[in-house]
Design a binder for this molecule. Structure first.
Ligand SMILES: Nc1ncnc2c1ncn2[C@@H]1O[C@H](COP(=O)(O)OP(=O)(O)O)[C@@H](O)[C@H]1O
Length: 298
C-alpha cells in the first residue's frame, strides 16, 4: 500500500504520466482504501475554448450511466466537438475479443455473462490505449465505461485530475428496450437503434418518446447485434451496474464532480440540453453544421 501510494502521489496530471502510472498499477496488487467522503468544492463549469480549460489543459471527463443509457453516443459527439479522444473501455474489450488474442476466450465468457472484467485487465487495456494515443500526440480524454468500480475510481483519482463526471440517467423502462434495439454496422462501426420508445404515464399521456436511430441505406444490410445485448444478459448488466457502479456515482458526488443529467428523450431533444448543461451551447454554431444536432449518421 505504501509503495502504491508513493507511485500515485504526487498527482501527475499529464497524459504521459497517466498511461505510465496505470501500466505500473496494472501489474501491481491491491489498492482499496474506501470512499473519501470529505466535503468537496461544488461543481463549476467554466466556459471552455475548444475542449480546453482556462489554463489551456485539454478536458479530462468521465461518462457514467447504466447500460443502454447512451454513454457512447454522447461521449462520441462531445469528443468530436471538443477534439479530445473518446475512450470506451467497452470498445477496448470488444477489440480485444475480436483480435482473438490470448485474453479473448476469457473475456468472451465474462462479457457474455454480463459480468465485469477484472480491474487489472481493464486497466491494462486502458493504459495501452493511452500510451498509443500519447504516441500520436493526443491529450485530454472523455472516458466512457471507466471507472466502473470504486477501485478503478481510486486508481484514476490517484493518477490524474478528472474535471467533470457526467452521470447520464434514463427511465429504467427505456434502458432494456434501448439495449435490445441496438445495432452496429459491421462495416463502418456506426451505432444505430431500431427501438421506438414511447413511455406513457398512468393517465396515458406521453412521458417520453425516443425515435429509432435508423441506419443509412448503405449500412442497413450489414447490421449486427452485440452478443451481450440479449434480454438475460442486459438484465444482469443492469444488476451489476447497481451493485458495483452506483457507488462510483457517490465517489464523484462526494467530490463535487458529478453532473447529473436526465435525458429528456432521444438525441434531438437531449443533445442541445446537454450542451447547455455543459456551458457548450455556443460551440456547435461555430464548429459544426446544424446536422450535428439532428443527424444520426455522422
Ligand atoms: N471499466 C470496466 N470494468 C470492468 N469491465 C468492463 C469495464 N468496461 C467495460 N467492461 C466490460 O465490457 C462490457 C461491455 O462494456 P460497455 O460497452 O461499456 O457496456 P454497457 O453497454 O453495459 O455500458 C461490460 O459488460 C464489461 O464486461
Amino acid at each position: 500500500m505504501a509503495v502504491l501510494n508513493r507511485l500515485l502521489k504526487p498527482r501527475v496530471p499529464t497524459f504521459h504520466s497517466l498511461a505510465y502510472t496505470l501500466r505500473i498499477l496494472s501489474s501491481s496488487s491491491s489498492l482499496n482504501s474506501g470512499i473519501d467522503l470529505r466535503p468537496q468544492p461544488s461543481i463549476s463549469r467554466k466556459p471552455l475554448h475548444l475542449g480546453r480549460d482556462p489554463q489551456g489543459r485539454s478536458v479530462q471527463w468521465v461518462f457514467l450511466g447504466c447500460p443502454g443509457v447512451g454513454k457512447g453516443t454522447y461521449a462520441s459527439r462531445l469528443s468530436k466537438l471538443l477534439e479530445v479522444p473518446h475512450i470506451s473501455t467497452g470498445d477496448l474489450v470488444r477489440e480485444e475479443l475480436s483480435s482473438h488474442g490470448p485474453l479473448a476466450s476469457q473475456l468472451a465468457d465474462i462479457v457474455n455473462q454480463g459480468k465485469l472484467v477484472s480491474d487489472e485487465i481493464i486497466i491494462n487495456l486502458l493504459s495501452k490505449r493511452l500510451e498509443a494515443g500519447e504516441a500520436k500526440g493526443e491529450s485530454g480524454f472523455i472516458l466512457d465505461g471507466f471507472p466502473r468500480t470504486i477501485r478503478q475510481a481510486e486508481i484514476l483519482d490517484g493518477v490524474t485530475d478528472i474535471d467533470l463526471v457526467i452521470n447520464l440517467k434514463l427511465r429504467e423502462e427505456a434502458l432494456l428496450a434501448k439495449c435490445l434495439g441496438r445495432r452496429i454496422c459491421s462495416e463502418c462501426g456506426g451505432n444505430y437503434n431500431v427501438a421506438s420508445i414511447d413511455i406513457k404515464s398512468e393517465d396515458g399521456s406521453p412521458v417520453m418518446y425516443m425515435a429509432p436511430l435508423l441506419p443509412p441505406p448503405h449500412c442497413a444490410s450489414k447490421l449486427i447485434t452485440r452478443s451481450d445485448d440479449t434480454e438475460e444478459v442486459v438484465k444482469e448488466r443492469l444488476r451489476v451496474y447497481n451493485e458495483m457502479s452506483r457507488s462510483v456515482e457517490e465517489f464523484y458526488r462526494s467530490r463535487g464532480k458529478l453532473l447529473e443529467f436526465d435525458l429528456p428523450g432521444g438525441i434531438p431533444e437531449s443533445w442541445p440540453k446537454l450542451l447547455q448543461a455543459l456551458n457548450l451551447d455556443n460551440h456547435e454554431d461555430t464548429k459544426f453544421c446544424s446536422r450535428i444536432v439532428f443527424c444520426c449518421w455522422c
